[in-house]
Each structure stands twice: as structure tokens, then as C-alpha cells.
Design a protein around this ligand. Structure first.
Ligand SMILES: [Cu+2]
Length: 313
């Protein structure tokens, strides 16, 4: 009996230390929560419930195996007939209840830290935010404001089969597939979809969030270190679903600012170029229409066919 209990406690100790050892288990069995505080809290909950489950599993299975060996049928041995044991029954009922209440309490304590955004460490200009400062740049009806109210709000649009990210003004900045964010800044996401249901998920930066046409769902993260965090659409959305990848690249604020300005300039350049081409097209159509016929109806016909030609292109 003593040997068995020693073995059981050894097993428990090994299991607990393997799961709790920082970095040693390298998140083989649990989520990698190193990218953002909310992901870290999900990871903590996962480990807590996992370890408690493991302890209960080892205790129950250990007792079962021990009983099977200890009370094995032997020649001449008479089985004891036992009907109920009030102390034991109360014991395991209360024990199980206490474990569940404990898990529930810890979950609810962690939950607000998973759902509600953390305080941003830097503001829109990359300056550190102190506990008392912070401007109200962030407004939302169903997501709590982060302490201080300051966050980078990005709109995430799922569409077959890529993610589109729209940055807040004053410049027009958007990107596809790769989202670039500054380290230390709380990022709140307004998630929606243009066609069918998708699901936003970057495991290292927190939980999944449905991306649905007509709805805006909210989640958040705060990259605590520079790095590239990879994810993928987590809702079967069509034939090319498997290739609907998403990347979040967290960089120091200066690099973010450079990327943002570069992106804004490139988009402005493209817009100017498009406007120029549009103007040239309109001009040439006008010339065609003017030279197309002597009477006014012929001119209108020329313009109409020119218009059709441009849409067919
Ligand atoms: Cu999708």
C-alpha cells in the first residue's frame, strides 16, 4: 500500500512539474500564450484545469488499480459485502463540488482579463502612457474600454479567401493578410465579414472570434514582444479556406510608424494614378463621342458603346 501511494504521489509530482515548468514543456500540451496578456490568461486557465484533471485521473485510476490487485479473488478468500459508506460518499461529493467551485471561481476571475482590453502601454504617437493619462480615442458599445481609453482600433474584414485590415485615420491605410502593429499598444479589433462566415484566430494572441456578415464582433490583443504571429481562418468558408492565412507582425513603434506612413503614401499614389487613368479614359471617350457622328443621336450612341466597352475591359 505504501509503495503504491509513493508511486502515485511521484507520478503526480512529475506531471505537475512537467506542466508548470516555465518553458520546459515548451507548450507541447497547452496553448502558447506568450504573445498577448489575454492569450496568457487563456493558457493559465488551460493549465489549471488540465493539472486538476490529471490529479483526479491519477488518483481515481491509481485507487482502482490498487484495489484490483489488493482485493483480487483468491482461493479461500470471501468477498466482503459492503453497502454504502456515508463518510466516503459525502467525502467525494463534497470534494468534487469544491474542485468545481474552485475552477468556476478562477475562470470568472480570469474571464474579464480575457474579454476586456488591457491598458495600452504607448499612445498613438508611441509615447509611454502613465496610469492617469490617456485620451478617449476608443469608442465601443459592447466592448469595455481599456483603462485610459487608448487603443489602436483596426477593422478586420474576412472575405473569401483573405483578411483585410483597415487602420484608423487620418490617412487611408489598409493591408491584406499581414497586420502590422506596434509592440505594447493595445489593439482592439472590429471583426466582420463581407461574404460568408469566417473566424479570426491568431492562437498566440488570444481566442477565436467569429467574422460574420452584418455583425461586428470585438476582441483585442496587446503584443508584448516583437515577432510574427501566425493564424488561419478557423471556420470552413469555402474551397480555398485552407489558404486563408493571417499574420500579425508586431514591431517597435518607430517601425510601425514608418510602415504606416509608407503604406499611406503607396495607397495615395495608387489613387492618384487611378484618378489620372479615369480622367484620360473619360477624355478619350468624349473625343470619340464628338468625332463619332454628325448628329446628336449618333454622338450619344458612340458614348454609350464606349461606356460598354470600358465595362467589358
Ligand atoms: Cu474563411
Amino acid at each position: 500500500m505504501t509503495r503504491t501511494s509513493v508511486l502515485a504521489s511521484l507520478l503526480i509530482a512529475v506531471a505537475v512539474s512537467a506542466v508548470l515548468a516555465p518553458g520546459a514543456s515548451a507548450d507541447v500540451f497547452t496553448p502558447d500564450g506568450s504573445g498577448s496578456p489575454n492569450a496568457g490568461r487563456i493558457d493559465t486557465l488551460y493549465k489549471l484545469v488540465g493539472v486538476l484533471g490529471l490529479i483526479v485521473f491519477i488518483a481515481v485510476e491509481g485507487m482502482l488499480l490498487w484495489s484490483m490487485v489488493k482485493f483480487k479473488a483468491r482461493k479461500g478468500r470471501k468477498a466482503a459485502q459492503i453497502h454504502g459508506n456515508t463518510k466516503l460518499e459525502i467525502g467525494w461529493t463534497v470534494g468534487a463540488a469544491v474542485i468545481l467551485v474552485f475552477i468556476t471561481a478562477v475562470t470568472f476571475i480570469q474571464l474579464s482579463g480575457i474579454i476586456d482590453p488591457d491598458r495600452s502601454e504607448i499612445d498613438a504617437n508611441g509615447r509611454p502612457i502613465t496610469a492617469s493619462a490617456g485620451s478617449a480615442l476608443f469608442a465601443s458599445t459592447n466592448q469595455k474600454r481599456p483603462p485610459g481609453g487608448d487603443a489602436l482600433n483596426i477593422r478586420v474584414d474576412g472575405q473569401q479567401y483573405l483578411w483585410r485590415f483597415q487602420y484608423p485615420g487620418p490617412k487611408t491605410v489598409n493591408s491584406y493578410v499581414e497586420m502590422v502593429v506596434p509592440v505594447g499598444r493595445t489593439v482592439t479589433l472590429d471583426i466582420t465579414a463581407d461574404d460568408v462566415a469566417h473566424s479570426w484566430w491568431i492562437p498566440e494572441l488570444g481566442g477565436k472570434m467569429d467574422a460574420l456578415p452584418g455583425y461586428i464582433n470585438k476582441t483585442w490583443f496587446k503584443a508584448t514582444k516583437p515577432g510574427v504571429f501566425k493564424g488561419q481562418c478557423a471556420e470552413l468558408c469555402g474551397r480555398n479556406h485552407a489558404n486563408m492565412l493571417a499574420t500579425v507582425r508586431a514591431v517597435p513603434f518607430e517601425d510601425y510608424r514608418r510602415w504606416y506612413d509608407g503604406r499611406a503614401a503607396a495607397i495615395q499614389r495608387d489613387r492618384d494614378e487611378a484618378a489620372k487613368q479615369r480622367a484620360a479614359l473619360v477624355r478619350s471617350e468624349g473625343e470619340q463621342a464628338a468625332g463619332g457622328g454628325a448628329n446628336s443621336s449618333g454622338g450619344a450612341g458612340g458614348a454609350a458603346s464606349g461606356g460598354q466597352g470600358s465595362t467589358e475591359d
